[in-house]
Design a protein around this ligand. Structure first.
Ligand SMILES: Nc1ncnc2c1ncn2[C@@H]1O[C@H](COP(=O)(O)OP(=O)(O)OP(=O)(O)O)[C@@H](O)[C@H]1O
Length: 273
């Protein structure tokens, strides 16, 4: 199945993961992950270092193969065995390094690698398409003939996001898009994410910044130690989110139960010896 040419209905379930796991040898990076993404929503993926966010992004980008579980795109089971296949199925990823060419201008960066293919066009057509897309995104880029080297961090992020939209993906994954940005540029990128959502794409936003996440996400999916640890809404308090991320929500009752289990195990061992 290739990705449908007609846009999914707003709110349609476009991505569904059930029981997805990923082991690297003896290391379990992901275990039993469920994730739903609908058309026209921003799902934030948050978690501490090592929680499994990057691994999940790479599974969805076709870089890593899951060791268990199922992935469905628009209701059809899929195998994302290469990055090209993920793109064909309408899953685009903007990695943290952005992969832009500093010495090339905005138009050249937007169409990089697509000189042959659906967007094979002449220079004028490419420039018009670039302007149209950037205007639609209300992107603040001074000129599409500006080399990327002279753009700000926020503008570079915009170019990278616009490039991934050229193929009209159903889902766009953004890996820490505001990590290196100041306040004004962060606001610009958050506005851009809202406009991408308004175009009907499903957005998966990976971020360490709870303020950013709460500002734009419809739902916040917490990963902890490679597992799901709750799904929250944007009005969830900072403390509650941090508790889910760090595991501080494991309250004194569950700690007491764990202590009892340990005591019982010790007593059993003593009886055996
Ligand atoms: N290629 C690999 N080989 C072995 N183990 C790996 C590999 N990639 C990730 N891991 C392990 O999988 C677990 C999850 O890592 P991952 O990088 O996905 O977490 P993360 O949430 O993205 O963390 P961070 O925020 O630090 O990037 C970690 O224990 C990590 O050491």
């Amino acid at each position: 199945m290739n990705h449908p040419t007609t846009a999914p209905a707003p709110g349609a379930l476009i991505l569904r993961l059930r029981g997805v796991g990923k082991k690297f040898g003896a290391v379990t990076a992901l275990e039993d992950i469920d994730l739903d993404v609908h058309a026209g929503e921003v799902v934030a993926l948050v978690g501490d270092n090592g929680a499994g966010k990057s691994t999940l992004v790479k599974v969805l980008a076709g870089v890593h193969q899951p060791t268990s579980g199922t992935i469905e795109v628009s209701g059809n089971p899929v195998t994302l065995d290469t990055p090209g296949r993920a793109l064909e199925l309408g899953i685009a990823t903007v990695f943290q390094d952005l992969a832009l060419c500093e010495n090339l201008d905005v138009v050249a960066n937007l169409f990089l690698g697509q000189e042959i293919g659906p967007w094979a066009m002449d220079e004028v057509q490419m420039e018009v398409r670039a302007w149209t897309l950037l205007q639609e995104l209300a992107a603040r880029i001074p000129s599409v003939r500006e080399p990327v080297a002279s753009l700000s961090g926020g503008q570079r992020q915009t170019v990278a996001i616009a490039r991934s939209l050229l193929l009209e993906p159903q889902i766009i994954m953004l890996d820490e898009p505001t990590a290196a940005l100041g306040v004004a540029q962060t606001a610009e990128v958050l506005n851009l994410i809202e406009r991408v959502r308004a175009r009907g794409h499903g957005v998966i936003l990976i971020s360490h910044n709870m303020e950013d996440v709460r500002a734009v996400a419809n739902r916040i999916v917490v990963l902890r130690l490679g597992r799901n640890n709750g799904v929250f809404t944007a009005d969830t308090s900072h403390q509650e989110l941090v508790a889910a991320i760090t595991g501080a929500s494991e309250n004194s009752v569950s700690r007491r139960a764990a202590r009892k289990r340990e005591d019982m195990k010790r007593e059993d061992m003593e009886q055996i010896q």
